[in-house]
Write a new protein. Sequence first.
Length: 257
Amino acid sequence: MAEQKESSVLFSLKELMNLEEDRIRQEEDQKRRSEEEAARVRAEADRRVREEEEARLRAVEEKRRTEEQRLREEATRLEAIRHGEVEKARLDAENQARMQQMQHQQEHERQLAVVTQDKSKKTLVIISSSIGVLLVAGIIGGVVVYSNAQRHEKELQAQLQDLQSKQEENNRKMNELNNQLSHATTPEERAQLEQQIEDAKKKQADLVAQAQQVKPGGGGGGGGGHTGPVQPRALPKCKCTVGDPLCSEIPGQTCTP
């Protein structure tokens, strides 16, 4: 009887121990699940923050690209307008030169028709023809000088635009290097990036100096071009006899013995 009671007590203690172990195991499982859930929530929050930052950076980059595209399109539009104005001025100058040439030709033909009946006016016809040729030559020379000046201006503008594009590209490179420098983890990597940034700054200074040289009044910008004022062409001296009244009809000329 005593052994039966002892066995019953042992069984009860064993049951209690099993229940306690189950309780402890359940508590540990619950704690582990809670920790896993907290870790999952933190990971999810970190992931959302990272995605939001990446989205913000993408939006900033897209805005920058859009602004650069707009600036390029605006520069292209302004260049087209400027080119159209230059071309219009050139065509106007050529048309004016042709009209003046036609007027001089018509005047010359009229003078020829007047003097064909009078042999005594042959000298006047020759002189009038010479004046017409010289005037036409002067007009054509002016058109050529104007065209050369416009071509030189376009060359300078092309050089300046190229230098500005190189400056923008160098600025982008310096921004990328600065960004890399802010994320550098070793002294060697930082030293290398700092040297690259210093080289980019020197290159930027050289580009700015070149752009100043290309700009009007900056000391030159490319080869050739107009280097001085155009000297007027001298009219030939009168070959008529001293005192000939026909020579007096030509402004700016005097007879020489």
